[in-house]
Structure formats: structure tokens, C-alpha cells
Design a binder for this molecule. Sequence first.
Ligand SMILES: [Zn+2]
Length: 338
Amino acid sequence: MATLLEEITAVRQLAEAELNAISSAEGLDRFRVRFLARKGRIAGLFDGLRNAPPEERPALGKALNELRTTVQGLFDRKASGFASEASERPKLDLTLPGRRHPSGTRHPITRTLEEIKSIFLSMGFGIADGPELEDDYHNFGALNFPPDHPARDTQDTFFIDSTALLRTHTSPVQIRVMEQHQPPVRVIMPGKVYRNEAISARSYCLFHQVEGLYVDRGVTFSELKGTLISFIKQFYGSGTRYKFRPTFFPFTEPSADIYISCFICGGKGCRLCKQAGWLEILGCGMVDPNVFRSVGYDAERYTGYAFGMGIERIALLRYGIDDIRLFFENDVRFLNQF
Ligand SMILES: [Zn+2]
């Protein structure tokens, strides 16, 4: 008959082998009952201690305690392995409703810009782009704003140093296009512009413009009118009335502001048009020969027209928005409406 010590060794080897082979939580529980429970194999060995000769009992007791500690330790390690595996497994609940991905909307400024772009593209204009950080020459000098000319005061901006500034209009792109290309030139220039304005419901330090430029031999004011009237009819509706009113811009001569009949009241007068019946939407004119000279075009040979409009103003009017700051606050309650 095997001695108790031999049995302890055999139980240890068996327990280790069985624990290694266990692959489920159920198997682990069966092992616990067989080896570690009150009536398990190890407890049974403790019972055998009573029959051992008294002088051997202290050593056997020590060996048994070690066996129990070792097997319990191995068991705990295996059990914690199963527990972490179970928590890593994704819990799939097929009864849960699916997650909806909210779809965004296009910003009202983007929508307005894209509509304007597509109308001019259909009329044969290309699209040109340029830097928002400009030099004084491209933003003012080349556009016939001499230093200290009072027209500069209407376009105060943010100066980075004495010559670098944030552009106040997209007109410097016109200069850059003309510097790089000989006529014919027919492009629109959409983009962000900056002004040092007190921020209010009506003005902001940042807004968007679209400008247009057409230069070739024999371009006339009637072509300017034809193109812009066609734009107005497509964008604001075929029944829209319009008028041209003379004005001053440093870079065009003659120059005009275009007004359209108020699309809310049809010209009778309302809050939107401030009872005037008309809304100013565009500035335009024939390019000043001085501008052609500054880009090296022959002003005797070429003529051209230019125009520009503020996108925020158009979007405010179109969507009946009464505060320009809403465009830049990124409040989804506002943006979701478009
Ligand atoms: Zn009106």
C-alpha cells in the first residue's frame, strides 16, 4: 500500500495534469469539487494523517499544507484566466435596435456658394483660388488703392506686419490670375475675406465673397449687364426686377451697384428691404485701366469687367436669417434647419 507521502505526490501530479487539460468553466468547477472541496481528494488525505505514525505527522502535515496551497494557487490562476476571457468576449444582443448614423447637412454658406458657382460655370467661367494671407500690393496697391487713399479706410483689416495682411476682398486673386495669364481671362474667385469690424448681427470679422473677372478684346458694359442679369434671373427667379445704380470702386470705372426687387414683398416694401422694395446684392464695373497697367496688360488693347458679391448677405436674405453670427457659431440647432 502506498504511503501517505507517495499519495501526496501522486495527487499533486494528477491535479496539475488535470488543471492543464481543463478548457471550460464547467470543467474547472468539476475539478474544484473533486480536489479542493470539503470532501475532495486533498481533504481525504488530511483524514489519512490520523493513521500515520505520530513522529511522521509534522512532516506529512507540512507536505499536505503545501499540496493544498499549490493546487489552490494553480486553480485560482486558471479561474482568473477564464474570467478575463469571458469579459473580453463581446456581448452581442441581437434584440437591440440598430444605431442610426446621423446624416449631416451642408452649411447654408456652402449651399449658396455652390449654387452661384454652378451658374457661372454653366456660363463658361472657370474657378480661381488664391492666398488669404496677402501682401499690401495685391490687396490694395495693384487695385488702384494708393497709400493713404481714403478708400482704404472702408476696408480695415488685420495686419500681420507692415506689409502682410488678411485679404479684405477676393480681388487680389484677380491680380494674381492676370499676372500669370494673358487674356482672354474668364474666372470667378470664391473665398474667405476679413475685415476689422465691430462684431454685430450685421457684420463679422470674416465672410465670403465671390468675384468674377472677364478680360478680352472688346469686352463691353452690355456684356457685363447681360451676364449679371442672366445670373440674377437664374439665382433669384425669372420674374426678379433689377436696377443698376452708379457708384464708386477704386478698381473699376464706370462702377455700379445692382439692386433686385425684394423677393419677400415683390417691391411693395417690407421689413427685409427696410420698406425700400429693393435689395442691394452686387457691385460691378469695367476694370480700371490702371489695374491693367499694374499687371502688365495693354490697356489700349483689352477691356474687361469685374463684379463681386458677399455670400453671407445673400444667404441672410434668402433664408430669412437675422444674425450673421449664426453662420459661425456651429450650433447644430441652427445648422439642422438647412
Ligand atoms: Zn421687401
